[in-house]
Design a protein around this ligand. Structure first.
Ligand SMILES: Cc1ncc(COP(=O)(O)OP(=O)(O)O)c(N)n1
Ligand SMILES: Cc1nc(C(=O)O)sc1CCOP(=O)(O)O
Length: 536
């Protein structure tokens, strides 16, 4: 006999102590199975053996009706007693090799892992699957001080598992608002290995309507898994038409179209930005035809989210972290483009920690930064930070750097500098407009972030106008976000070229005013004539 084929996509871990008052365990279980649970683990932490066996037996009877396998948490004896499909063990439970020797050869053995080293051992010892966690904080279990690893930590483990093809589920604090983010942000950077599913307790068990709760999770999971198996494209976060706009002319046509869309639709661009540049960023948004809103209070930003076209989070002065956390999460929930500008992220430990915290709460569509900022996120020390500026020359191979960071982060990376590099992890674009006067006014980089958010909003609207429906529950954003990011960069830098060439511009003061005018006056035709881009 061979091992059973297991569908790990929606893995329910039971928790009778978390049922809503008055809700019967077996009724809740059956409802969750109707909603699409594909695997059940009976987890009884403080139950006597006799009662554990009884619960496991009855659980198996209910699951058998739905053809759903049952695993037992920790206890080999209970597994054998009820003829369950296998067990799930943790790092301090019966060692895997011993468990394997005690169980039938067809038994499934899952192991909890929190680090890449534990994943290596799981492969070596022949685990059938791993549970990666805790991805986020949970109140369903005492984590005993264990820190959550976030989707990035899960991605690092998936990289280790890629070759072995051992399936992995994520566990810990998973709920509908963070589910699409989890799937996209935990893709292994190089191998593109991804989660086989999620394991949850409270989202299903604590629900009064477990069938609805399970169905909601299952829709998102299935949509993600379908999109991954249907395409080898790494564009996990944002849907772009494959093959569309992949020539210089095609990109410029799309950029020109986005300029028109933004003027016509006037999307609301929500910006949580630093107080040095609030006014300039709001004016730049208005100048290109969109509408700025600079709200920062957590309650305010939550309500705003459904109405906005895109969100910019620029943490230059990091005074509104709560608002950034809530707004970013809501942008993911409402599938709005989210541009992250991690100003001077390499400059202080506080900035590095804040960036890490934000990136473990939400998934950006675009990350924009100068060489020092992008270097800090990529873990490169080629370029240092001084204040908000980069010091020293740029990277030896900026194209390779943006491409690999884009893959690692599942986001479009925009590296600004004398030339700008933009990548979605597949294509790398180099844009070479701009003027040295941009370096003599405050906030020109921040305004670029604003314009990227603005044109990503345009790209989403343009996509929705033609496609009508949102395809794929698991897609975080739809539309040609690479073209949106390029449009933001080109509109800013071409307008700067035009402004700097004006006779009335004699230095930073007159340039600043002229730049705003030229952002306002820039036409798609002039942009197309002056844009200098290459596909690398
Ligand atoms: C699918 C899955 N992943 C991880 C765990 C946690 O197991 P463990 O570390 O043994 O902790 P306890 O569940 O025993 O408290 C799990 N149960 N299931
Ligand atoms: C049982 C368990 N193990 C975890 C781990 O990280 O190993 S987290 C966890 C609890 C998961 O519950 P919820 O879905 O309610 O957050």
């Amino acid at each position: 006999m061979s091992k059973p084929d297991i569908d790990y996509s929606l893995y329910l871990v039971t928790g009778r102590e978390l049922l809503p008052p008055g809700k019967d365990y077996y009724e809740s279980l059956e409802e969750s199975l109707k909603g699409g649970v594909t695997l059940v683990q009976v987890r009884e932490k403080d139950t006597d053996t006799g009662e554990f066996i009884e619960v496991a037996q009855k659980t198996k009877e209910v699951c058998d009706k739905y053809g759903v396998p049952v695993l037992i948490n920790d206890r080999i004896d209970v597994c054998l007693a009820v003829g369950a499909a296998g067990i799930h063990i943790g790092q301090t439970d019966t060692p895997l090799l011993i468990a394997r020797s005690l169980l039938p050869p067809t038994a499934i053995i899952g192991l909890s892992v929190t680090t890449p080293d534990q994943a290596r051992l799981a492969i070596e010892h022949g685990a059938d699957y791993v549970g990666i966690g805790p991805v986020w904080y949970t109140t369903s279990k005492d984590l005993k001080g264990k820190l959550s690893i976030g989707p990035e930590g899960a991605g690092a483990i998936l990289e280790v598992l890629a070759e072995s093809r051992i399936p992995a589920v994520a566990i810990g604090g998973i709920h509908p608002p963070n589910l699409p983010f989890l799937f996209h942000a935990s893709i292994a950077p190089d191998s593109r290995n991804y989660l086989a599913g999620i394991a949850v307790i409270s989202d299903i068990v604590s629900s009064l309507t477990p069938e609805t709760a399970s169905r909601g999770l299952k829709q998102v999971i299935d949509s993600f898994l379908r999109s991954r198996s249907a395409t080898k494209q790494p564009k996990a976060v944002f849907a772009t038409e494959v093959g569309q706009s992949r020539t210089v002319e095609g990109f410029l046509d799309t950029v020109a179209e986005l300029m028109v869309v933004v003027k016509k639709e006037t999307p609301l661009i929500h910006q949580i930005t630093n107080n040095v540049v609030i006014n300039d960023s709001a004016n730049a948004t208005l100048a290109v035809g969109a509408s700025p809103i600079m709200a920062t209070h957590p309650k305010d930003v939550k309500d705003l989210s459904p109405a906005i076209g895109a969100l910019l989070i620029n943490f230059g002065t990091i005074s509104d972290k709560e608002g950034m956390l809530v707004a970013g999460r809501q942008a993911n929930v409402n599938r709005k483009p989210l541009v992250f500008d991690p100003v001077a992220v390499g400059g202080t430990a506080h900035r590095r920690d804040t960036s890490k915290e934000l990136l473990s709460h939400w998934q950006p569509t675009v990350i924009k930064g100068n060489a020092a900022e992008i270097g800090a996120l990529a873990g490169s020390s080629e370029v240092a930070t001084r204040g908000v500026d980069s010091v020293g020359s740029s990277f030896k191979d900026p194209a390779a750097l943006v491409k690999s960071l884009a893959r690692r982060r599942g986001a479009i990376i925009v590296l600004t500098g004398e030339s700008d590099y933009i990548s979605d992890g597949e294509t790398v674009l180099k844009a070479s407009n701009g003027h040295s006067l941009l370096g003599h006014i405050t906030g020109s980089g921040c305004m670029t972030g604003t314009l990227i958010a603005t044109f990503c909003a345009g790209a989403r609207l343009s996509h929705l106008a033609t496609k009508q429906v949102f395809e794929g529950e698991s897609m975080l954003v739809q539309g040609d976000m690479l073209a949106g990011a390029l449009a933001g960069v080109l509109v800013m830098t071409v307008a700067a070229d035009v402004a700097a060439a004006r006779e009335d511009v004699r230095g930073p003061g007159t340039f600043r005013a002229a730049l705003l005018d030229e952002l306002y006056n820039l036409t798609p035709e002039v942009l197309k004539q002056r844009a200098k881009i290459e596909i690398l």
